[in-house]
Design a protein around this ligand. Structure first.
Ligand SMILES: *Cc1c(COP(=O)(O)O)cnc(C)c1O
Length: 349
C-alpha cells in the first residue's frame, strides 16, 4: 500500500515552510510595504523590483490547459535538476535510504543522490535493447528504497522503456516512481501524465529545455498527485522561478503551433540523419531513437569526436559509458547542420 506519510522524512513531515510576505497577505492592495523591496523601481525598462509569485500560478494555469492536468498537480523547478534535488530532500534520509537507477541514463540522478548522501543502487539496462532488467530490479529494491528513476525516452540511448514494465513497477512498488519524460514530445509512446489519477506513487517529470526551446530559462516540471506536489512546494526555495522566466514562459506557451512544427521537423530530420549515418563506413550501428538525438556506435569514437571538434562540430562522446562502447550521442541539428556533420564524419579516415 502506498502511504505518503510513511515515505516522508520526519523533518519534512514536521517542516513549517517559509512564509513569504505575499503568502501572508492575500487580496487587492496598491501600496506594498511588506517585503522590503525597492519601492522606487528597478534600473531597467521592465520593472523587476517586486518578488515573483512563489507558486507561479499564471504559468501553471497555462500549462494546465496544454497538458490537461489541474494546476494544483503541477510543480515547477529551476530546471528538472531542482525537481530531482527536491525529491531526494523530501523522501530520502541521508546515509540510510536508497534510490534505484537504470544506467546508462541521465547523469544528474546520481550526482544529485551523491550530493544528498542518498545510496545509489544501479540496475543496468539490458545490453543493446536498453530495457529494464525486471528480475534484477526486484533484487535491488528493499524497504529503504524510496525512489526509482525511469528515464523514457532514455538519455543517452534514445529509446522508450516498455510501458508494461513501467506499469508493473507502478503497481508493485510502494515508493515513488519518477518517470523522466524530457524527450516525450519526440516519442511514439504516449505520456504517463494521463495515468496520474491511476497511480498515487507516480511523478512525471518534463522540461521546457528540449522541445520547447527554453533551456536558458531553466524551467522543469513535475506532475503528480496533490499530496506529493504539496510536499515539493514546501521543500523548494520560496522564489525558485524568477519573474523574467515566468513572464517569458507565459509568452512562449502561446506559441505551441511553432513548437509542434519544430517537433515534426526534428522527427523527420532524425530519421533522415539516422539513415545517412548508418550508410557511413565509420558508423557500425545507429540505435532506434524516440528522442531528438541519436546514439551511434562508431569504429573510433574518440578519433571521430576529436576530428569533429577540430571542425567546430561538438557531439557527445559517450564511449566510456557502460553499454555504450564506441558510441557518440548526436543531437539532431538543422538540415544544413546535419549535412555538414555527415560529411565531416565521412571525411574521417
Ligand atoms: C535534458 C534533460 C533534462 C532537462 O533538464 P533541465 O534541468 O530541465 O534543463 C531532464 N532529464 C533528462 C533525461 C534530460 O536529458
Amino acid at each position: 500500500m502506498f502511504d505518503l506519510n510513511s515515505l516522508l522524512r520526519d523533518n519534512i513531515k514536521r517542516l513549517v515552510p517559509y512564509s513569504t510576505a505575499r503568502d501572508e497577505f492575500k487580496g487587492e492592495a496598491s501600496i506594498f510595504l511588506d517585503a522590503n523591496e525597492n519601492s522606487y523601481g528597478s534600473p531597467l525598462p521592465v520593472k523587476y523590483n517586486r518578488y515573483p509569485d512563489p507558486m507561479q500560478w499564471k504559468v501553471k494555469y497555462k500549462l494546465a490547459e496544454i497538458k490537461g492536468v489541474p494546476p494544483q498537480n503541477i510543480f515547477l523547478g529551476n530546471g528538472s535538476d531542482e525537481v530531482i534535488d527536491v525529491l531526494y530532500r523530501s523522501f530520502c534520509r541521508p546515509g540510510i535510504d536508497n534510490v534505484v537507477l537504470f544506467p546508462p541514463t541521465y547523469g544528474m540522478y546520481e550526482v544529485s543522490a551523491n550530493i544528498n548522501d542518498v545510496i545509489v543502487r544501479k540496475v543496468s539496462l539490458t545490453p543493446d535493447t536498453f530495457q529494464l532488467d525486471m528480475p534484477a530490479l526486484q533484487e535491488a529494491v528493499d524497504e529503504n528504497t524510496k525512489l526509482i528513476f525511469i528515464c523514457s525516452p532514455n538519455n543517452p540511448t534514445g529509446n522508450s522503456i516498455d510501458r508494461s514494465d513501467i506499469e508493473m513497477i507502478l503497481n508493485n512498488f510502494d515508493g515513488i516512481v519518477v518517470i523522466d519524460e524530457a524527450y516525450i514530445n519526440y516519442a511514439r509512446q504516449k505520456t504517463f501524465i494521463s495515468e496520474l489519477t491511476e497511480y498515487p506513487n507516480l511523478v512525471v517529470m518534463q522540461t521546457l529545455s528540449k522541445a520547447w526551446g527554453l533551456a536558458a530559462l531553466r524551467v522543469g516540471m513535475a506532475f503528480a498527485g496533490e499530496e506529493i506536489i504539496n510536499v515539493l512546494n514546501k521543500v523548494k526555495a520560496p522564489y525558485n522561478i524568477n519573474q523574467s522566466a515566468q513572464d517569458l514562459v507565459l509568452e512562449a506557451l502561446n506559441n505551441i503551433v511553432q513548437v509542434n512544427e519544430w517537433i515534426k521537423d526534428a522527427v523527420v530530420e532524425r530519421d533522415k540523419l539516422a539513415a545517412s549515418l548508418e550508410a557511413l563506413p565509420q558508423v557500425e550501428y545507429v540505435y532506434p531513437s524516440d528522442a531528438n538525438f541519436l546514439l551511434a556506435k562508431t569504429t573510433d569514437a574518440k578519433g571521430i569526436y576529436n576530428s569533429l571538434v577540430e571542425q567546430g562540430i561538438i557531439v557527445r562522446d559517450r564511449s566510456k559509458v557502460e553499454l555504450c562502447g564506441g558510441c557518440l550521442r548526436i543531437t539532431v541539428g538543422t538540415p544544413e547542420e546535419n549535412v555538414t556533420l555527415v560529411k565531416a564524419i565521412n571525411d574521417f579516415k
